[in-house]
Design a protein around this ligand. Structure first.
Ligand SMILES: [Zn+2]
Length: 258
């Protein structure tokens, strides 16, 4: 039997009216979504519609949000949960969008009462049980496939925070191994930091070396944008991300003809 939520969602989808023109506008420029199969695309649209319905969007500093902007954010936010489901974004509702980079709150207190200095760039923030904050300038620049995607970065933090303060490990699915995850990520993290110390050029944003949770968020961006870069450098990490997200974007990237 369907739960109340399932029923409600089916009703929302049935009633939702988004014109093809609006879809086209929202999707335009989001090159990485073109790799999805038509079946995946249809599910992504459904998730995005439900996302827009279940979350609140707020423009800050005078930014007026349009349907196209909301849908564009929702489509990108739905990619990581395409095979996980929208419930993975439960427990918070607000997406706040600033026109451009914003001044972050410098300190925050985590679930254990510990105060941290915020290490986030000025383009986005995710709060434990709180809002996701995005800079529209950075969202709008995310269209090209270049390994950077602010929306995926911030929503990866949200998934990570489902089991407490962000630490680079979201709740793993049944059958996944905490040990395998930890080994793969710790080795890659140590190797990445060593490469940076040696001044090596790397396909991974150096910001990933800031903390394990940033490494996870930065690698999640790459996983969806330029998956082969991780698959080649850190195959074990790619494997763990594939098990977690239940997707194989590397397979899609190898056949970009869609
Ligand atoms: Zn971050």
């Amino acid at each position: 039997m369907w739960g109340d939520k399932t029923w409600r969602r089916r009703r929302i989808l049935k009633r939702a009216r988004v014109s093809e023109d609006l879809w086209r506008q929202a999707l335009s420029g989001l090159a990485l979504l073109r790799r999805l199969s038509s079946e995946e695309h249809a599910r992504l649209r459904e998730l995005a519609l439900l996302f827009v319905h279940e979350k609140t969007f707020e423009g800050a500093h005078g930014l007026v949000l349009t349907d196209r902007m909301r849908l564009g954010i929702a489509l990108q936010a739905s990619l990581p949960i395409l095979n996980l489901g929208l419930d993975w974004y439960d427990g918070w509702v607000a997406v706040i969008v600033y026109p451009a980079g914003f001044v972050p709150v410098r300190e925050y207190t985590d679930a254990a009462g510990v105060v941290h200095r915020s290490r986030h760039p000025l383009s986005g923030e995710s709060w434990l049980r709180g809002p996701v904050i995005l800079s529209w300038t950075d969202v709008a620049n995310a269209g090209a496939i270049d390994g950077y995607n602010l929306v995926i970065h911030e929503f990866a933090h949200k998934l990570d925070m489902r089991n407490g303060a962000a630490n680079g490990m979201p709740p793993l699915h049944r059958g996944m191994s905490v040990r395998a995850w930890t080994e793969a990520f710790s080795r890659a993290y140590a190797d990445f930091q060593a490469r940076l110390r040696r001044g090596e050029a790397t396909a991974i944003d150096p910001y990933g070396a800031e903390a394990p949770e940033e490494f996870f968020a930065v690698l999640s961006e790459l996983f969806f944008e330029t998956p082969l870069a991780i698959k080649q450098t850190y195959p074990e990490v790619y494997r763990q991300l594939g098990l977690f997200y239940r997707q194989d974007p590397g397979g899609r990237a190898a056949h970009p003809g869609l």
